[in-house]
Design a protein around this ligand. Structure first.
Ligand SMILES: [Zn+2]
Ligand SMILES: [Zn+2]
Length: 334
């Protein structure tokens, strides 16, 4: 086994204080149910940033973040079937769920109380190597190179789940608040379904990209769209945005909040919620969400915008994400 490297979080602190350290790390042999992967790409998500900065409480330290992993199978556990050395595999946020509890049996393994998450409970993909339970490894569509496939695995999948929770169909009006990596994929799926998209985002470059991807209208972060929305998905990690989205809804509309951490939602007048409007969070993902999104990605086909960094530049990628400077989804290429 060749020696490896990993970007390790030992003590959470602001991105400008460089929370990740590159350390040598020996790949462990896979457990009987696992695949050992050689990592070729790993996306950098806002959740990784929030974990590294301490906004999201670490489940264990030290930990290797990263939950949008693309790699090649290097070793196969004794009890694994259906995978062989050299196969390409993807790993997403859901590392494991019990499969036995009521929630798992209802198809809501994303809410399993015993679920474990990649790069939070188990080491993730900011490394040259990673391990995954084979039951949770994903097949990736051929049309995507490793770097382009990585952003699909969190931003794409959670955006797809959020879109499904809106229950919108052809001709409906959807607001997207924030236009980072996840929203850029979500708009493509929404347009594919014939949904009209209204994008509010602070960056001029983001708004231009939104128009290229088929937005019907774009405006600033808290700007109200010119029509009442049937639903909105908030991606920006700011509580004010949730209230702005709520205020833009038609009667019966809902806001889906895509944020694992949000400090608070400001107080708002009840009339904004009146008329059966709803606010709902979207939490984690299921394997079904991932498989559906990957199939759609190939069918549409989805375009991903990426900004590639070396593993050694993991802190730089975090800083650029924090500053809102990324030109697309940050992807580490070990
Ligand atoms: Zn993520
Ligand atoms: Zn469960």
């Amino acid at each position: 086994m060749v020696s490896g490297r990993a970007a390790v979080l030992r003590r959470p602190r602001p991105a400008r204080e460089l929370p990740l350290a590159i350390e040598g790390s020996e790949p462990e042999p896979p457990g009987p149910a696992d695949l050992a992967l050689g990592v070729s790409a790993c996306g950098v998500c806002r959740t990784d940033l929030q974990l590294c900065e301490g906004d999201l409480r670490a489940h264990r330290l030290p930990v290797v973040p990263g939950h949008q992993i693309v790699g090649r199978v290097a070793q196969v556990g004794d009890r694994v079937q259906g995978w062989k050395i050299g196969d390409r595999a993807g790993v997403c946020w859901l590392a494991w769920a019990c499969g036995e509890c009521d929630l798992c049996r209802e198809g809501r393994e994303n809410l399993c109380r015993r679920a474990r998450f990649t790069g939070w409970d188990v080491d993730g993909g900011f490394a040259t190597h990673a391990r995954v339970n084979a039951q949770f490894a994903l097949r990736l569509p051929e049309g995507f190179c490793d770097l382009d496939a990585a952003p699909l695995l969190c931003g794409g999948v959670i955006g797809h789940r959020a879109l499904r929770l809106t229950e919108l169909t052809d001709g409906a009006r959807l607001g997207l608040y924030g236009f980072g990596a996840s929203a850029r994929i979500t708009i493509q799926v929404a347009r594919h379904l014939g949904i009209d998209c209204y994008v509010s985002s602070r960056g001029q470059a983001d708004r231009e990209r939104a128009l290229q991807l088929g937005a019907a209208w774009t405006g600033d972060t808290l700007e109200a769209p010119p029509v009442a929305l049937d639903a909105a998905i908030t991606f920006a990690p700011i509580g004010d945005v949730v209230v702005a989205a709520l205020a833009a809804l038609a009667p019966g509309g809902r806001v889906i909040v895509n944020a694992i951490h949000l400090d608070r939602i400001p107080e708002f007048p009840y009339r904004l919620l009146w008329q059966e409007r709803r606010i709902q969070s979207v939490a984690n993902v299921t394997r079904r969400d991932a498989e559906e999104l990957l199939a759609l990605a190939a069918e549409i086909p989805i375009t991903t915008d990426t900004e590639v960094h070396s593993l050694e530049d993991a802190n730089l990628a975090l800083k650029r994400l924090e500053a809102g400077e990324l030109a697309g989804a940050a992807v580490l290429a070990p």
